[in-house]
Design a binder for this molecule. Structure first.
Ligand code: COA
Length: 214
């Protein structure tokens, strides 16, 4: 009787090991980097990333404090919609930011929409996992994306809009070479009041010069 039980346990264990190998293989796509950094790597956003964790970021008032995305509650359907209409749209490059070592999906970064005639791209990013803020992850991700945009896609300029009160983002963009090009007065409504936004941009030649000097 005892030996039968041991055999049954062994068969069950073997099944678990085989299944975990199968799962690793089928989700292997998750771990293929497109761009690799010291702290994080970037890979395309996958359908399997549309999970509870990602949904949690989109409904976190602190993460979305300065972004329009926080104005309405997000559902899984909204994430799927974003995936189909934005991430899979060839005028956007949407990449998942993955922490090296843990392989944890901690945020997203986007070049786009890209105007292929002027070669000017919009830009946006989010580190959704708040516990991962202030570790240099955003700076590394944006540096990799700018290198890719200018050297591979031959972009001429990358630009963005940011609420002036979003100090972390404004300072981050300045550290990688973006400059404030203009100020839009009271064009965002944040926490009960209208606030200003900056237009920030970085030209290819400025980027090239800053990389040369660093
Ligand atoms: C803004 C955001 C992307 C910064 O991400 P992060 O990974 O914490 O940033 P990093 O650790 O890479 O910081 C890089 C640089 O940004 C600046 N910075 C980041 N957080 C800052 C803060 N709270 N105050 C001032 N500067 C800050 C610093 O210059 C820093 O460089 P340093 O550490 O050498 O001083 C992150 O806070 C976030 O996703 N916020 C919510 C979404 C959002 O606002 N996105 C931007 C929309 S325009």
């Amino acid at each position: 009787m005892e030996s039968v039980l041991v055999t049954l346990v062994l068969i069950k264990l073997r099944k678990i090991i085989i299944m975990s190998n199968v799962n690793q293989k089928t989700s292997g796509e998750k771990f293929i980097p497109y761009m690799e950094g010291k702290l994080i790597y970037l890979r395309p956003l996958l359908k399997s990333d549309l999970n509870e964790n990602y949904l949690k970021w989109m409904n976190d008032s602190e993460v979305n404090r300065y972004m329009d995305s926080g104005s309405f509650p997000s559902t899984m359907e909204d994430l799927q919609n974003y995936y189909t209409t934005v991430a899979l749209n060839p005028n956007n490059i949407v990449l998942a930011i993955i922490e090296n070592g843990t392989n944890e999906h901690i945020g997203n970064i986007r070049l786009g929409p890209i105007n292929w005639i002027s070669r000017v791209s919009n830009f946006g990013m989010m580190i959704g996992e708040k516990s991962k803020w202030n570790r240099g992850y955003a700076k590394e991700a944006i540096s990799m994306v700018l290198k890719y945009g200018f050297n591979k896609l031959n972009l001429h300029k990358v630009c963005l809009g940011v609420v002036t009160e979003n100090i972390a983002a404004v300072e981050l963009y300045k550290t990688v070479g973006f400059v404030i090009e203009g100020n839009s007065i009271k064009n965002s409504f944040i926490n009960g009041k209208h606030v200003d936004s900056y237009y920030m941009g970085i030209l290819k030649e400025i980027y090239k010069a800053s990389v040369k000097n660093n």
